[in-house]
Write a protein that binds this ligand. Sequence first.
Ligand code: HEM
Length: 415
Amino acid sequence: MRTTRRRLLLGGAASGAAAVGAVVAVATGDEGTTPGETDRARLPRTDRPARQHAWDAVVHRDAHGNGLPPKHHRLLLCDLAADPTPARAWAAEAALRRVERVVPDGPVGVFVVVGWGPSWFRRLGATSPIPRPKPLSDVEAPILDDPAAILHLASDDERRLDAVERALLNGVPLRGAGDTDLRGLLRVRTRRTGFVGAGLPRARQRGTVGLPTDRPIARKAPLYMGFQSGLRKNQATEDDVTIEDGPWKGGTTMHVSAIDLTLNTWYHGVDDAGRVRRMFAADRTPADVARHPTGLDNPEDVDLPAVAKEHGVIGHAQAMASVRRNGRPRIIRRDFDSADGDAAQVHFVALQRSIADFEATRTAMNAAKAVNEQAGVGAQINNGINEWITVTARGNYLVPARADRICPGLPGWSA
Ligand code: HEM
């Protein structure tokens, strides 16, 4: 029997008549769907890729072929503004497509990615394809986000990005687009903003808590910690992170964490060489990093306890490499820095085939087996970059293929 999304939802309903009833109530909501109102054929056309997470073909690249992330980002965590009905889903999908008709894809325009949290699937009475978030180290107590939906908007052009955000979620029309208002379906609960790219962290340094006040961040640094991240050899590919079969084929999963940075001792207590040892690997030097602009080799079979014993420190990328698959990391990093609330932060956006892949990767960052008091390696101290980061929030999302990006699994809409 072919598994359709609707069958999955009904089959996965929690238990008994109450749960099935919940699904039916959503399906037949009395919101006045008139004939043809949910007809997909009447939606505006979109020529964006089938995968929402397909950015690689259009991002800018540096001289070495590393993808350069869009410079400006918004993460909008949303509650449902009303009962989800096929008519409201249709209107929301039409709104997104109208935006995409007048704004190009990619960093010159705006990337639009929509994800759905476990609470969305609970609302349908369905089994969620993604687990609820949980703390992923002994030293963190994050807020566990579970909004219905999340929007990730990204662009090199901050004014255009703001215009798209206002058009979708503030009711401010976008010239030539028509009705682009998502507020019939979604209401923003939490807004996170940020940036990545040469010079942007330095420009935000003054007045941002968590950064040194007496030492400028390097002029060309794309991130507060001073290094370029997401190097070509050390990212998963978009194929790697795409769900291969089942009802969510063509989609991916997204983990979004918020991380506070406290970088005074990163810049004062550690010199250039020490920062490279902690960010990359215990036996690497600034010259090695400069010689390998597409990424250092990060061997999977490294004996981290032996490294800790020998060097008294282990590297962040070195620890993460232990969970590589097919010679590559399991996740695509699309993180960016932030000065939200005037505090230095990272909004860490990671894409992977399953949330289990993220959890394995994040657990590797704890490098528990490398902890060795005699050698001076603790859970935080001399253990990659753990000393300087504090995770404050985590959330897990399904990012469906573009065709199913609104109200995935809503009976009568995407069945
Ligand atoms: C919070 C601030 C963080 C910064 C500034 C940072 C920066 C970096 C840098 C500079 C690299 C090496 C350059 C490269 O290969 O691209 C790297 C590698 C990596 N990072 Fe991070 N990172 C951070 C947090 C995280 C987190 C939270 C995760 C995931 C849980 C993560 C996962 C990885 C992975 C998978 C690699 C590549 C490892 C490999 O080559 O196998 N990073 N990071």
